[in-house]
Design a protein around this ligand. Structure first.
Ligand code: CA
Length: 757
């Protein structure tokens, strides 16, 4: 790995970790994306200290309890260190609580106990979060799968308090002074889960508890233990000798207090902060190191690994391990305890595009478990989730759970019940689930009419386009598993996108129930029949049949002009049914790339469509422009919501030089590799090396390429070509090679057979 030394500016606050060789994890900046607000998102992330896909994450909290903006870079006061499950501020948190060392006078409520901090005294990394607060309190925290170990150094002997805040929404806290323990549970959730939902926690302290008390709702009661209340905080006081530190060990469980005990004993009991942090570091390095980049700038390397870290946080593992190390989980669907795997905190509308395909390529062990988790949800609720947090959440659209299964199967991950999967997929598209976003909203009308009518169904055009893609996924999966009749049936409805294309405008539009176009039509109008976008963004949502879309548009050159015009058009907008400028609109305007809105997901594959129509140098140009201009390892480093790894996974793939433009197919569309070299350390021991000679700023174009020594002129590479191991050598240039990749044999495939036009 050819990386330059770029150690973080802040020295380590505690000795553990100092002197270690620099590794991948040192390139990660968890603060990337934290400079966000309701009005404008630069990522809407928080600095998660966690294990990859961990059951619980930990984050400093600068926002008020209940605010989705848990940590905002512009804030200057930390009021807690929070165990969080929040996938995004728009979805908010559940089962959350926070802890906070308080020095001097006892202050309990979050709005009062906060202490100013400065970013120069903060060090965030995947393995730990350390900060020296302005009152002199030093904290360092490292996470395990379900727990954490925290060290606190108080600046003086006066008032060494530690507050535990269970927040609102039903909780119980008990203090066991003799055993130096606090146990309890928190429930705060946002619906969609059974009544018996709870997050049971255990916290143990290294020093004797000198004084204890609780605050129930707003009244403080020294010494008392309490039953369940809406809101409880507990406080403890310690007498830590000068030079010594308070160590806090915690673990929790969604299953039971007994399971929390098991997790505690397994992960943190008797273990030190230093060794636990090294374990976390090793775990992150192992996963980040499956991709080794060389060359590029140190800044680009930091951005790459910061994005890869974000891609490896969600979906969250909701399963724990019982006494026999068997995976078991609390089902957010039926409230039962089951053996097996369960994942949550993922909106597939975002993550089917690149996050799950990245797992399928480099972390296939995760993909297999995710698919079995979908089938478990189907068993327990009758449907697969489309947006889980922790159960079915009513958010976004589509049947993109099907994409996960089809992509996994197509790429050789088959360690799940394929018969049940087919049943679950058919049910998902034929029936409406417990919330509008699970199952298929308007299934009957969609199949009858070949589209969803507007305004009968909100977001009807976006839904139709996504349903057609899901039907294609179902058709592919049915075909691959030997169910030709089913494959044929959904292979027809996969063409339903055609019914909403208006050739007079060259855009996807909405139709009413009588088949008439909804007037007036403005391609720049957001919302209404579309979802967080306009027709400019959704017209490209035919990833399974780009050739078919090109024919509707009048051929390859006409589609190329249409794509060109998206980047050339002014970023005009009409906020339509939203009634105000939603943050995604503001972000598009700020990008300066016309109507191309990389800050939101529906258009994120569109650049790669140039590969399907014989203009691959334009995919190279625009993907490089996005890589260079729209990402940086800085608090404002994303150009819109990061969204559970998706916007990061776009960067990870695109920086490697290829992208899964149509998950479910084994082809990756080729873009412009950012680095001189990328080595994929594939599961099973094979490696795939991508090199780009003559690369650099202003040199995004592929002049020529060789795959395993043979001339390579395709605009796509196959999954099996990568997993077999080998080498793709590219020669980069500052000028487009307009002869390369123009033959139809070079194009990625589509449902519609390729033609010369
Ligand atoms: Ca988004």
């Amino acid at each position: 790995m050819n990386v330059k030394k770029t150690l973080p500016a802040v020295a380590l606050l505690f000795a553990a970790g100092a002197g270690m060789a620099q590794e991948y994890v040192d390139f990660v900046d968890p603060l990337m994306g934290t400079a966000s607000t309701f009005e404008f998102s630069h990522g809407n992330t928080y600095p998660a200290t966690a294990r990859p896909w961990g059951v619980n994450f930990w984050s400093p909290q600068t926002g008020a309890n209940g605010s989705g903006w848990m940590y905002t870079y512009a804030d200057s006061v930390i009021c807690g260190f929070r165990q969080t499950h929040q996938p995004s501020p728009w979805i908010n948190d559940y089962g959350t609580f926070s802890v906070m060392p308080v020095s001097g006078e006892l202050k309990i409520p979050a709005c009062e106990r906060g202490v100013p901090f400065r970013h120069e005294n903060e060090k965030a990394s995947p393995e730990s979060y350390e900060v020296i607060l302005e009152n002199g309190v030093k904290t360092a925290l490292t996470a395990t799968r379900t727990g954490m170990i925290m060290e606190v150094a108080y600046p003086s002997a006066a008032g060494q308090y530690f507050v535990i805040d269970a927040m609102r929404g039903g909780c119980r806290i008990e203090i066991d002074q003799i055993n130096r323990r606090v146990t309890g549970y928190v429930k705060n959730n946002h619906g969609g889960v059974p009544d018996n939902f709870a997050n049971y926690f255990i916290m143990e302290f290294s020093h004797p508890v000198a004084e204890k008390g609780v605050m129930v709702n707003d009244s403080v009661m020294p010494g008392k233990m309490v039953g369940e209340h809406d809101r409880v905080c507990a406080y403890l006081r310690f007498l830590v000798p000068p030079g010594d530190r308070l160590t806090v060990r915690a673990a929790s469980s969604f299953i039971s207090p007994q399971q929390a005990e098991l997790n505690f004993n397994r992960e943190v009991a008797g273990r030190t902060f230093a060794e636990t942090r090294l374990e976390a570091r090793a775990e992150w390095n192992g996963l980040l190191g499956r991709i080794e980049v060389g060359g590029g700038t140190p800044e680009q390397q930091k951005t790459f690994y910061s994005c890869l870290y974000r891609t490896l946080l969600f979906p969250r593992e909701l399963y724990e391990f019982d006494a026999d190390s068997v995976p078991v989980y609390y089902s957010p669907y039926d409230g039962g305890i089951h053996e097996g795997y369960m994942y949550t905190d993922n909106g597939f509308w975002d993550t089917f595009r690149a996050v799950h395909p990245l797992f399928t390529l480099l972390y296939p062990e995760v993909t297999g478990r995710v698919v079995s988790s979908l089938l478990n949800a189907y068993d327990e609720s009758g449907f697969m989730p489309e947006w889980a947090s922790p159960g079915h959440r009513n958010c976004m659209i589509g049947n993109n759970s099907l994409s996960l299964i089809t992509d996994a199967y197509a790429k050789g991950i088959r360690n799940f019940d394929t018969e049940k999967a087919l049943k679950a997929m058919i049910n998902q598209v034929e029936a409406q689930g417990p919330v509008t976003s699970s199952g298929r909203n308007g299934s009957k009308e969609y199949f009858e009419k070949g589209y969803l009518p507007y305004p009968d169904y909100p977001e009807a055009t976006a839904k139709t386009l996504e349903y057609a893609y899901a039907d294609w996924c179902l058709s592919q999966f049915a075909s691959a598993t030997g169910n030709a009749d089913i494959a044929d049936e959904y292979g027809i409805t996969a063409y339903n996108y055609r019914n909403l294309f208006d050739a007079r405008y060259g855009f996807m539009r909405a139709r009413n129930r009588d088949g008439e176009w909804i007037e007036p039509f403005l391609p720049e109008e957001w919302g209404g029949p579309f979802t967080e976008g306009s027709s400019w963004h959704y017209t490209w949502s035919v990833m399974h049949d780009v050739e078919g879309l090109a024919r509707l548009m009048g051929g390859h050159r006409a589609m190329e002009e249409k794509l060109d015009s998206m980047f050339a058009a002014p970023p005009a907008y009409n906020y339509g049914t939203y009634g105000f400028v939603i943050h995604e609109i503001a972000e598009m305007v700020a990008l300066g790339m016309g109507q191309y809105a990389h800050g939101n997901q529906p258009v994120q594959h569109a650049i790669y469509l140039y590969d399907y129509i014989g203009a691959p140098w334009k995919a190279q140009y625009h993907s490089r422009e996005v890589l260079e201009r729209l990402y940086s390892a800085a608090p404002d480093g994303y150009c819109g919501d990061e969204d559970n790894g998706q916007t990061s996974a776009w960067y990870v793939f695109s920086a490697m030089g290829f992208y899964p433009a149509c998950p479910g197919r084994t082809e990756y569309a080729i873009g412009s590799p950012l680095f001189d070299s990328v080595r994929l350390n594939l599961p099973g021991g094979k490696t795939f090396l991508i090199t780009a000679t003559g690369n650099g700023a202003g040199r995004p174009y592929i002049e020529s390429a060789r795959l395993n020594g043979k001339s390579f002129s395709r605009n796509y590479i196959l999954h099996e070509e990568i997993t077999a191991g080998g080498e793709l050598k590219m020669k980069m240039s500052d000028k487009p090679n307009t002869d390369r990749g123009t033959e139809i044999s070079a194009f990625p495939s589509s449902m519609t057979p390729l033609s010369e036009k």
